[in-house]
Design a protein around this ligand. Sequence first.
Ligand code: ATP
Ligand code: MG
Length: 229
Amino acid sequence: MVPDRLSTGIDSVDRLLGGGLETDSATELYGEGGSGKTLFCLQVAYRVARDGKWVFYIDTEGVSVDRLRAIAGDSLEKLLKRFLLSTPKNLEEQSAAVRTACALARGGRRPVGLLVVDSATAFYRLSLSGPEEDDARQALSLEIAELVRTALEAHTAVVFTNQVWRSMRENRLEPLGGSFLNHAAKTILSFERLPGAERRVVLVKHRDRPEGWAKFRITDTGLEGTGGG
Ligand code: ATP
Ligand code: MG
């Protein structure tokens, strides 16, 4: 099936992506704390639910509904009827939530437009340098592989967020989780903080778009494009 594109509602980012986020594959968002990854996920989720499809949202931060209210306003209660929200408290619960969401999406009883895991690597990060690091890496890899398979089989978009670490050698922020995550995602967007409410998104990888960047501003009711290049 030919991938569809989901508009993000941020004109600069839609232009960067050639129309929006693609279905049938996974998109990775990485960037430091406060760079806007969660707000971006919520904004896309709001639009998908508003347009009549289901959103399966796995939230390890426990903050989604309040922030969704700011974007959705009075339509929140109606939208939440098409939200399946799960809030895992550790990596095992996260794996189970991903399995359940993928099985439901593939089962096809509800038309699922978007599957979000925010953050995919928060619990994984806690395991790093400990005795459970290898198991955690394997669990994360299995989850991402299942999400990728589900995107294709259920003709849905998958977005997962990733945290960063500072590479001293390169002196830059790099995504966690190793090369597996970066291969699994067909589209990769790096989020950067700018002064004030402005943020920059860099298109690091895409199937058929050139590298580039877009800027947006965080407002009380969502994200607005402010240019690109
Ligand atoms: P993390 O990796 O910690 O989860 P994140 O990339 O998901 O971070 P978000 O939670 O999406 O980041 O973004 C929060 C940022 O948005 C904060 O820097 C906050 O100050 C900013 N912010 C939130 N609401 C507004 C607003 N109304 N106006 C301006 N900035 C805002
Ligand atoms: Mg976040």
